[in-house]
Design a protein around this ligand. Structure first.
Ligand code: PLP
Ligand code: ZN
Length: 373
């Protein structure tokens, strides 16, 4: 494993890779993977026209369920509604119905490479379902901690794949605490999609794929529902690699959408204080993350990418979910629909100006969650 290292972008700490390390051992910031110059291990996954560095020794090491290759569709009526050309990338067409499969494929493949047999993870449902599926494929036993409010379809997925589900009657953050405690007590790796640098190596394929599908007709703006930022930061890393290897000269502005009910990133961006005690319930369970461990990294990317954060109300999320379905035939879960609610506000505020070209990932499938009231 000499072709990549664990790297802290905050204090420059580096170490050789391990299944058990997810944070910098000096400053505690969550880490990234850094490849050596000219890594010999670049892959050309089926979904990318260009090679992509991955933390796997050979392509046979990739544990795949056919993730990626998700379609991009025009959204004509949404474009008309907001007055901006908008396209959607249907991430719900991934094997377990959400973008998380991109991250799980690489994280589970890497853990299998370390010969890990049992892992702990906490999730609002989608990441848990996804990691359970890839764990099943890899023969890795998964312990998935979920809040007791997790929608039944996501729990059904976790259970059918044979994961051990630990239901926690508490908040999303208390669920994380319980998972961490269990990992500490049992000594199993905490394979958290919020922290694992491998997960981000998987989600970065989103950027490679957008470039492969659209070429130089790239979007000017991408709007992403953000809780922990695994898709947001993965996309940023992927686009940066494409700039570094000379494929792209610029990166779309990456905007974050948060529910007003749980808005640590929005408040941090305005230098305002916000604590988990300020959180209220939201139908956008996927982004109900009160203390995202990669908050500082998301703020940094927002600042340098020229992106913005927008918060949306519960009614706006519900309405956007219905609009997506009725105008476009796209049934996304409420967390995914939050992106459309955010797009409407960003165009009204003229943060996104006419002439822009917007791309929205539809991150999770509607049948995974509760129906709009
Ligand atoms: C459907 C959906 N969209 C977006 C997100 C946000 O992803 P992240 O927490 O990595 O920012 C999630 C996370 O669970 C999700 O389930
Ligand atoms: Zn550090």
């Amino acid at each position: 494993l000499s072709f990549y290292k664990f790297h802290c972008t905050y204090c420059s700490w580096e170490s050789s890779p391990s299944a058990n390390v997810v944070k910098c051992e000096t400053c505690k910031d969550p880490i990234f993977i850094k490849y050596m110059e000219n890594p010999s291990n670049t892959f050309q996954p089926s979904y990318s026209n260009v090679t992509m560095p991955l933390p796997l020794t050979k392509s046979d090491d990739l544990i795949t369920l056919g993730e990626g290759n998700t379609p991009i569709v025009k959204m004509n009526r949404v474009s008309e509604m907001v007055g901006i050309d908008t396209i959607g990338k249907l991430e719900y067409m991934n094997p377990t119905g959400s973008f998380k499969d991109r991250g799980s494929a690489i994280m589970i493949s890497a853990l299998a490479d370390f010969n890990i047999k049992e892992i702990v993870e906490d999730s609002s449902g989608n990441a848990g379902a996804s990691i359970s599926a890839y764990g099943a494929k890899a023969g890795i036993k998964t312990h998935i901690f979920t809040p007791s409010t997790t929608p039944l379809p996501k729990l059904n997925q976790i259970n059918i794949y044979g994961a051990v589900n630990h239901s926690i009657s508490g908040t999303r953050d208390e669920t994380t605490e319980a998972a961490l405690k269990y990992a500490r007590e049992t000594g199993m790796p905490y394979a958290s999609h919020n922290l694992s640098p491998y997960f981000i190596e998987g989600t970065k394929s989103f950027a490679y794929e957008v470039y492969s599908q659209l070429g130089l007709d790239m979007p000017t703006d991408i709007i992403i529902p953000v809780g922990n930022g695994s898709l947001y930061l993965g996309m940023w890393k992927g686009f940066n690699e494409l700039v570094d290897n000379g494929e792209l000269t610029s990166i779309p502005r990456l905007h974050c959408v948060q529910a007003r009910a749980v808005m640590p990133i929005a408040m941090a961006m305005e230098n305002k204080s916000w604590t988990p005690a300020d959180a209220t319930p939201t139908r956008a369970g996927g982004i109900a993350v009160s203390s995202p461990p990669r908050l500082g990294q998301v703020i940094k990317v927002l600042t340098i990418s020229g992106g913005s954060v927008i918060t949306v109300e519960e009614e706006e999320i519900g309405q956007a979910q219905i609009q997506l379905s009725r105008y476009e035939g796209i049934f996304g879960e409420p967390t995914s629909a939050a992106a459309l609610a955010g797009l409407q506000k960003l165009t009204q505020k003229k943060v996104i100006k006419s002439g822009s070209k917007v791309l929205m990932p539809i991150t999770g499938f509607g049948l995974k969650d509760k129906m709009p009231e």
